[in-house]
Design a protein around this ligand. Structure first.
Ligand SMILES: [Zn+2]
Length: 79
C-alpha cells in the first residue's frame, strides 16, 4: 500500500497545514535580513512552514535590496 500525502498535510509529521505567518531570516555575508509577518502555510503539529512562490519572489526582492544597501541588519514586515 502506498501512502500519499495530501497537499494540505505536512510531509514531515502528517499534521495539518494552516494558513498563518512566519518569520523569514537570511544570513548574508555582511549582515542579516529578517522579514516578519510573512504569509505561509504552517503545520499545526510541528510548526514547519511553506512559503508560496509569489511570496518567495517578494522576499527575494527584499534580500536583493538589502544586498545593494549593504545593511548589517534589515528588519522589515511583509504586507
Ligand atoms: Zn508537521
Amino acid at each position: 500500500m502506498t501512502r500519499k500525502y495530501l497537499p494540505s498535510q505536512c510531509p514531515l509529521c502528517g499534521g495539518t497545514k494552516k494558513e498563518g505567518t512566519t518569520t523569514f531570516t537570511v544570513d548574508l555575508d555582511f549582515g542579516v535580513v529578517v522579514v516578519r509577518s510573512v504569509p505561509a502555510l504552517v503545520c499545526a503539529m510541528c510548526g514547519a512552514d511553506w512559503i508560496q512562490d509569489d511570496v518567495a519572489s517578494r522576499l527575494e526582492t527584499i534580500v536583493n535590496e538589502a544586498k545593494t544597501k549593504r545593511l548589517q541588519v534589515e528588519v522589515t514586515t511583509l504586507g
